[in-house]
Design a binder for this molecule. Structure first.
Ligand code: SF4
Length: 436
């Protein structure tokens, strides 16, 4: 059976840049999202399947013309306006079946368009189609190339790793509990295989992309030992309470910094979202500890909870600024299908937005009782300007350098390491291969 799995199409060189969505500063980090982590996991573990990452429309049509039994789409809710015409094109091309996967298929608007949908991580289900069982899930090399704007120079190769999948918490705005309930671990042999490859191939910075790093304690400990064994420096996203409980341990194992969910300062919002009322206090404590150790702290924040007004949101932005986070991802409260938040907002206020392209957490999609879409989107723009200003970026860079020096035991070793990054970016192929 010939199976192709693809992502949404993009405009020529229209790769997603996470940092430009959150920072309006001339000086910032930049990386184009060219590697689709989920698709590469599939290809690594089910090599019979072909994958196509972020094609242009023309590339997609050319690939479709090669003839496929199945075309599958991996997408998020906001990708739907681009996925739908791709699905229609596949049907026109007489593909026998179209399949859907990833968080996007939780949406009842999207799901009926597919002959088969896969929720959750689906390598095993795909392998079974070819009559085999995955004995050990392998982790493919996933390398992103980072730049520092406005310089066009390649600065750092960043290796992505996933050590655990899913999250045991139930934040009411989050789709993870519906997508991947429970927590599973990626086999430690596979984690070691990819970390060893990173070290050999000029990657020293590791981004841990677990939904919630540190949940499985024993497994996390083994991963930490591997970071130290291979001399890799790492960063992860996690809950503030998990960070606080583990900070000293993680610091001793080459931690560079953390992304922390602040979410809100308003206790009513935190209660409605099933978050602890102490979250922001814990983030303040963790941030201070990280900064003391010259490690960076990033944060995630949601504007526009139902009690918020224009004036109170301006105050929230100032309070958020006072945390001194090095980088903040600010979003607008967005309901996603199959979350308790969706049901609540739909029932209490109504979700007016029909275009799924606006469910990107940067637009207002429901009837806020006190603010218009225009007001909230202006506040978001202001927050991006205010929080991620150049005055925050340069201390962040100094912290990163200080963290390398701390872990390596001297500033000269840190300098030698930093100088090797651009060289390694030129020396190694940007597109990482799969393991044989
Ligand atoms: S902690 Fe993060 S991943 Fe877990 S449910 Fe909350 S938002 Fe989702």
């Amino acid at each position: 059976m010939k199976i192709l799995i693809t992502t949404k199409y993009i405009d020529k060189k229209g790769w997603y840049d996470y940092f430009s969505e959150n920072s309006k500063s001339l000086f910032r980090t930049l990386f184009y999202h060219k590697v689709h982590y989920g698709l590469r996991f599939i290809k690594q573990n089910v090599p019979q399947i072909e994958v196509l990452e972020f094609p242009t429309w023309e590339q997609y049509c050319r690939t479709l013309a090669q003839g496929w039994d199945v075309v599958g789409f991996s997408f998020h809710t906001m990708d739907w306006p681009r996925i739908l015409p791709m699905v229609e094109q596949a049907k026109k091309a007489k593909v026998s079946q179209v399949w859907g996967g990833n968080y996007g298929v939780l949406d009842p608007v999207a799901a009926p368009h597919f002959d088969r949908v896969f929720t959750g991580y689906c390598e095993q289900a795909l392998a079974e189609i070819f009559g085999h069982k995955i004995e050990r899930l392998r982790h493919p090399p996933l390398v992103d190339q980072w730049y520092i704007r406005p310089s066009p120079l390649k600065v750092q190769r960043v290796g992505i790793i996933q050590t655990q999948r899913g999250c045991p918490l139930n934040c009411s705005f989050c789709q993870t509990p519906a997508f991947a309930p429970g927590v599973s671990t990626v086999p430690i042999e596979s984690v070691e295989e990819v970390l060893a490859w990173y070290r050999k191939n000029g990657v020293r910075w590791i981004g841990v992309y677990d939904e919630h790093f540190g949940v499985k304690k024993e497994h996390t400990m083994k991963v930490l030992e591997l970071f130290r064994k291979y001399g890799l420096f790492w960063t992860a996203q996690t809950a503030a309470a998990t960070a606080l409980a583990n900070l000293d341990l993680w610091r001793r194992h080459n931690l560079m910094g953390l992304g922390l969910g602040v979410e809100s300062f308003d206790c009513r919002a935190l209660a409605a979202w099933n978050k602890s009322a102490k979250t922001s206090q814990t983030v303040r404590e963790v941030t201070a500890k990280l900064h003391e150790a010259s490690l960076y702290a990033g944060g995630y924040y949601i504007l526009g909870h139902e009690e918020a007004t224009f004036a109170s949101t301006l105050e929230e932005i100032e309070t958020l600024d006072s945390l001194g986070l090095d980088f903040v991802q600010t979003t607008i409260l967005t309901p996603f299908p199959q979350t308790p938040l969706w049901e609540h907002l739909e029932k209490s206020y109504g979700i007016f937005e029909k275009d799924r392209g606006f469910f990107d957490t940067k637009h207002l999609t429901w009837n806020h009782p006190a603010m218009s879409a225009d007001q909230l989107e202006k506040l978001l723009y202001y927050a991006c300007l205010r929080l991620n200003r150049p005055g925050r970026f340069f201390p962040f860079m100094a912290r990163v350098f200080g963290a390398y020096a701390g872990h390596l035991g001297s500033y000269s070793r840190a300098l030698a390491l930093a100088l090797s990054f651009p060289y390694n970016s030129l020396r190694f192929n940007e597109n990482a291969p799969y393991f044989k």
